[in-house]
Design a protein around this ligand. Structure first.
Ligand SMILES: *[C@@H]1O[C@H](CO)[C@@H](O)[C@H](O)[C@H]1NC(C)=O
Ligand SMILES: [Zn+2]
Length: 449
C-alpha cells in the first residue's frame, strides 16, 4: 500500500508543485475528510447536466443523481460507445477544471482564481470574456468537431474561476446561501469590492484552534509520511491556522492574497490571506486566512465553510452548462460538448458476394430488428461491397428505404478479395459521425482469422 502511494506521489509531483485542489491529492494524503475538489465538483455537475440532457432528449425516467453520487451511467441504458464517450468527456472536463492550478502561468495569476481582493473585478471581467468566447465559438457543428478539445479546455478553465468565487471570496461568510448569478455574467457583482485603503481582515491567532483541531494538527504534524509529503509542496505548519470571524469588512467583497501570486499581487497590510500551509503570506499582517478550498484547516483556515462553498460552486457549474445550452440553442451541438448524443446513428457494411447466399436473409432480418428498435430520427448508413470494390456510402433517414436497398441485390460474384472488407469498413468509419455503431456482415473467412 505504501509503495503504491509513493508511486502515485512521484507521478503527481511531476506535474504539481503547490496545492492544487484535485482528487489526486486525496489519494496520497489522508487528511481531506469530505473535501469536494474542483474535479469532484465538475464531475457531479456534469453528471447532472448529462442526466438532464437525456431526460429532455430521450425521455430518461431514472431519478436525477444526488450531488456527489457516483454517476449511474449504467442505469441510463447507454450503449457501450455512448457510455465510454460520457465517461471520457467527464474525465476530460475534470482535467481541464484542474489545469489552472497546474499550469504555472495560470496558477500565479490571481485573475484566474478570484484571489487578491483588488483583482476580484478583473477575475469577473476575465470570466465574462472567456464565457463569451466559448459561447461564440460554438456556432456550427464543423467548428466544434475540429476544435472540441480546446472548447472544453476553455470551459473547464472558466468553470475553475467560477468555482473559486465561492471558496476564495467572502460571499459565504456574508451569509449568502445561494449562488451569485452575476458572476461571469455581469460586470457589477451586485455589491462593491472593498477599497484598497480599507482593512479587510484582522489578525487571526494560533489559539483559535479548538482542542479537537489542535489534536488533529499534532497528529498530522507528527507523521513522518505526511511531513515528507507536505514538505515537498512548499508547505509549512507555521502557516496553518483556523480562523473565525477574522473578516472585518461587511457588505464589501474581499478575497485573500496567496504567496504563489506574489509577483503579480503582493499582499498589502490589513488585507486577508488565502491561507493554509502552502501560503506564506498568512504570516504577515493580517495573519491567518479565509480560504474554503478544502475540508481541512491544513489547507483552508475557513474549512468549516467548505461544504457550503463547494455546494454553491456545484450549483454555479450546473448553471454555467445550462447557460451554455440556452446560448447554443441546439441540443445536438450541446450534446457533443458534454459527451452525449441526441441522434442515434448506425452503419451497416454488407458483403454482397456469393459467399453471403445462405446468410443474406438472416442479415436482412437482423438489420430490420435493429431498425425497429432505433428512433425514427436516427441516421443510418449502408455500404455494400464485393470483390470489385464498394459502393458509395449511402445515408438514409427513412427505415423502409434502408430495407429496400438491402433487398435490391442478390448475393453473387467471387469472394477472393478479403482486403476489400477492411477498405469498406475504414471508409465507412471515416465517413460517419464519431459515435456511430458500425455493424459488419460478411462471410469472408479472413474476418475470423
Ligand atoms: C452539501 O450537499 C450535500 C449533498 O447534497 C449535503 O449532504 C450537505 O449537507 C450540503 N452541505 C451544506 C452545508 O449544506
Ligand atoms: Zn483556483
Amino acid at each position: 500500500m505504501q509503495i503504491l502511494k509513493w508511486l502515485i506521489l512521484i507521478a503527481f509531483l511531476d506535474s504539481v508543485n503547490c496545492f492544487a485542489t484535485t482528487e489526486a491529492f486525496a489519494a496520497v494524503l489522508d487528511i481531506f475528510h469530505d473535501t469536494r475538489f474542483h474535479d469532484t465538483q465538475m464531475a457531479t455537475a456534469l453528471c447532472i447536466t448529462q442526466y438532464r440532457f437525456l431526460q429532455r432528449n430521450i425521455g430518461l425516467t431514472a431519478r436525477e443523481p444526488a450531488l456527489y453520487e457516483s454517476c449511474p451511467y449504467s442505469d441510463w441504458f447507454l450503449s457501450v460507445s455512448e457510455y465510454a464517450t460520457a465517461q471520457k468527456v467527464k474525465l476530460e472536463f475534470m482535467y481541464y477544471v484542474n489545469r489552472p492550478d497546474i499550469i504555472e502561468a495560470l496558477k500565479s495569476n490571481p485573475i484566474t482564481h478570484f484571489d487578491a481582493e483588488s483583482f476580484i473585478s478583473g477575475s469577473n471581467y476575465n470570466l465574462i470574456q472567456s464565457r463569451q468566447t466559448v459561447f461564440k465559438s460554438i456556432k456550427r457543428l464543423a467548428d466544434i468537431e475540429n476544435d472540441i478539445g480546446s472548447i472544453r479546455q476553455l470551459i473547464g478553465q472558466s468553470i475553475h474561476t467560477l468555482q473559486d468565487f465561492y471558496s476564495h471570496t467572502n460571499w459565504v461568510e456574508m451569509g449568502y446561501k445561494v449562488i451569485n448569478s452575476r458572476v461571469g455574467e455581469d460586470s457589477y457583482l451586485g455589491l462593491p469590492v472593498n477599497q484598497p485603503h480599507i482593512d479587510a481582515c484582522r489578525a487571526c491567532t494560533k489559539d483559535e484552534m479548538s482542542s479537537g483541531e489542535q489534536a488533529e494538527f499534532n497528529r498530522i504534524k507528527s507523521s513522518i509520511y505526511n511531513n515528507l509529503l507536505l514538505g515537498l509542496l512548499d508547505f509549512s505548519f507555521d502557516n496553518v491556522y483556523v480562523c473565525r470571524n477574522n473578516i472585518i469588512v461587511n457588505n464589501f467583497l474581499t478575497s485573500g492574497y496567496y504567496s504563489s501570486e506574489v509577483s503579480v499581487a503582493p499582499k498589502p497590510k490589513g488585507k486577508c490571506s488565502h491561507g493554509g500551509g502552502t501560503d506564506s503570506t498568512d504570516a504577515t499582517c493580517a495573519p491567518g486566512g479565509i480560504s474554503k478550498d478544502a475540508d481541512t484547516f491544513i489547507f483552508a483556515p475557513h474549512y468549516y465553510l467548505h461544504s457550503i462553498a463547494a455546494n454553491l460552486s456545484v450549483q454555479a457549474t450546473i448553471r454555467y452548462f445550462e447557460d451554455l445550452r440556452l446560448s447554443i440553442g441546439d441540443e445536438k451541438l450541446f450534446g457533443l460538448i458534454i459527451g452525449m448524443s441526441k441522434y442515434t446513428s448506425l452503419a451497416f457494411v454488407v458483403d454482397t458476394t456469393s459467399s453471403m447466399q445462405t446468410s443474406i436473409t438472416a442479415t436482412r432480418l437482423y438489420v430490420k430488428s435493429l431498425l425497429d428498435n432505433t428512433p425514427d430520427d436516427a441516421m443510418i448508413f449502408v455500404t455494400l461491397f464485393s470483390d470489385s470494390g464498394f459502393s458509395n456510402i449511402r445515408q438514409f433517414s427513412d427505415k423502409p428505404e434502408v430495407m429496400a436497398y438491402l433487398f435490391s441485390f442478390t448475393p453473387s460474384g467471387s469472394d477472393n478479395n478479403p482486403g476489400i472488407v477492411y477498405n469498406a469498413i475504414l471508409a465507412t468509419a471515416k465517413f460517419v459521425p464519431p459515435e456511430t455503431n458500425i455493424f459488419i456482415f460478411t462471410e469472408l473467412k479472413t474476418m475470423n482469422d
